[in-house]
Ligand binder design. Structure first.
Ligand code: G6Q
Length: 546
């Protein structure tokens, strides 16, 4: 693999960028009535429209060539065959095995992982079924009504987001809670709202050593034992999801109630594994399998579709186009679907933890820009807040718009109004408002002369701001599975093009070490020294206030 900027097509793309950078999307649409048809694709119930991007046929041809020259097909084959492509952690990357519904053998170190994957799924099914049918009861015999997942990062964001996204498919008698923050306020609020006799805690941690999760788990355990007055109650109220059986045993959870996964499942890629246990408890096995099927369908598409029609590849290439050729450093996810309110947070981790890297696979500093700053939120709310910058700010921020054509909550005109806003925003970002249009509007409002001229510059919208629209007929487990796998593979393809390892996270590990060193100093168990003056001053401020 070579440095991306050394690939022959990279220079061609620079030249092409210079040639088309001044083209306006408004004019590209006006000149080509078939633009939407050519630059959009259907995938099951999903419609991906990328026609509002600053591209021509030639751009797509060159970008596809970039994918070939960066060996995307070869790397995709290595991913799916269980090769150790996470080289800094010496691990395979096999979240695709977790949703391998065709059950094709996938080998890691010469061993087929599928029998184990299927066995854990069956273990999860039995447990979820018992909870949902009221067969698994609390220590005092009460049915489980509250499920509290305690985990952080990859052991929190995925399951939380999916449970919210698929709420219409969830069991309405179960209340799902997700505790991640070590700030005592988080667990205190949740515990205050739960009845210990009918609460189940799922302790989700790949390593079972993460300080925040362990601290929250011990607090929950102490609360339960105190409230029910019996240590033995832990067995009926705590289960674990982890790769660390020893850690689980030490915590006091019977390993029969531990749901296993493996080191080849990265945290941010783990919702398809036993980390998805809260999802299965809430939605049931059938819907969980549908979620896996949706992702599997996207996996198969990604593995086999030609690059120019391959959705994860197309989205990845468009991202690279803006980041490396237009100099866009940020991308925004705008969801017009309240159930997807946590999707931007989930995608932020997926993208920024995977591709927020500056050292390439050969250990050299990268020579191009890599992963973007990804952010976003509920689109309709954002319109009344941060969209100003998207329309008239100085940054180019490519946007993803997500919206369901059909709402599960058909209340009056709410849904058409929501959709109209989504469509209008994507259109306005693209077409903008010319000086002539702004002038005509002001004249219509009765302005003229100096007053009009003074106001005019503020009323002009440059437009030409690109977006992808990801619309779906209605949100279903299959659609969500396909959507998430689409984003996962997009991130992977970009990592391949930038020649970085998308599957390690040394920046996250750093945080885990640092806090442990300062904790005893903050608690006064050891004098604080060896820090810079700022850290020292802050530690002393906190100690003085305790
Ligand atoms: C994900 C990251 C990180 C991780 C959390 C929790 O890819 O590695 O977000 O998921 O730090 O780690 P544990 O699951 O080990 O508690």
């Amino acid at each position: 693999m070579s440095v991306p900027s050394n690939l022959p097509v990279w220079q061609e793309l620079h030249a092409h960028h210079a040639a088309i950078a001044d083209l306006h999307l408004r004019d590209l649409f006006a000149a080509d009535p078939a633009r939407f048809a050519r630059f959009s694709r259907h995938f099951g119930d999903l419609l991906v429209d990328f026609s509002k991007h600053r591209i021509t046929d030639e751009t797509l041809r060159l970008l596809t060539e970039l994918a070939y020259q960066a060996q995307v097909p070869e790397w995709t084959a290595r991913l799916f065959s269980g090769e150790m492509i996470n080289h800094t952690e010496r691990r395979a990357v096999l979240h695709v095995a977790l949703r391998n519904r065709g059950n094709r053998s996938i080998f890691v170190n010469g061993e087929d992982v599928m029998p184990e994957v299927n066995a854990v799924l069956e273990h999860m099914r039995k447990f979820a079924d018992q909870i949902r049918r009221g067969k698994w009861r609390g220590h005092t015999g009460k049915r489980i009504r509250d499920v509290v997942n305690i985990g952080i990062g990859g052991s929190d964001l995925g399951p939380k987001m999916v449970c919210e996204a698929l709420e219409p498919y969830g069991d309405p008698t179960l209340r799902m809670h997700f505790v991640s923050n070590v700030d005592g306020a988080h667990i205190s609020h949740v515990l205050a709202d739960c009845d210990p006799e009918s609460t189940l805690f799922i302790i989700a941690s790949k390593t079972f050593t993460t300080q925040e999760t362990m601290t929250n788990a011990h607090t929950a355990r102490a609360w339960l034992v105190r409230e029910l007055g019996d240590e033995a109650a832990v067995a009926r109220h705590f289960v674990a999801v982890s790769t660390n059986a020893e850690g689980v045993r030490k915590f006091g959870i019977d390993t029969a109630n531990m749901f296993e996964f493996w080191d080849w499942v990265g945290g941010r890629y783990s919702l398809w594994s036993a980390i998805g246990l809260p999802i299965m408890v809430y939605l049931g096995m059938e819907h969980f399998i549908e979620l896996l099927e949706g992702a599997h369908a996207m996996d198969e598409h990604f593995r086999s579709a030609p690059l120019q029609d391959n959705l994860p590849v197309i989205l990845a290439l468009l991202g690279v186009w803006y980041i490396d050729f237009f100099g866009a450093s940020s991308q925004v996810t705008l969801v017009y679907d309240d159930y997807l309110r946590s999707l931007p947070d989930y995608l932020q981790q997926l993208d920024m933890e995977s591709n927020g890297k500056s050292i390439d696979r050969e250990g050299q500093a990268v020579s191009v820009k890599t992963g973007p700053i990804l952010w976003g939120g509920l689109g309709n709310n954002g319109q009344h807040a941060f969209y100003q910058l998207l329309h008239q700010g100085t940054h180019l921020v490519p946007a993803d718009f997500l919206a369901p054509a059909h709402s599960p909550n058909p209340v009056g005109d709410h849904h058409p109004i929501l959709l109209a806003n989504c469509l209008a925003q994507a259109e306005a970002l693209m077409v903008g408002k010319t000086e002539a249009q702004a002038r005509a509007e002001l004249e219509k409002q009765g302005l003229s002369g100096e007053a009009l001229e003074k106001l005019l510059p503020y009323k002009i919208f440059p437009g030409n701001r690109p977006s992808t629209s990801l619309f779906y007929r209605r949100m279903t487990p299959q659609v969500l599975g396909a959507l998430l796998a689409l984003y996962e593979h997009k991130v992977f393809v970009q990592g391949v093009i930038w020649n970085i390892n998308s599957f390690d996270q040394w920046g996250v590990e750093l945080g885990k070490q640092l806090a442990n060193a300062i904790l005893p100093e903050l608690k006064g168990e050891r004098p604080a020294d060896g820090h810079d003056a700022s850290t020292q001053g802050l530690i002393e401020f906190c100690r003085a206030a305790q």
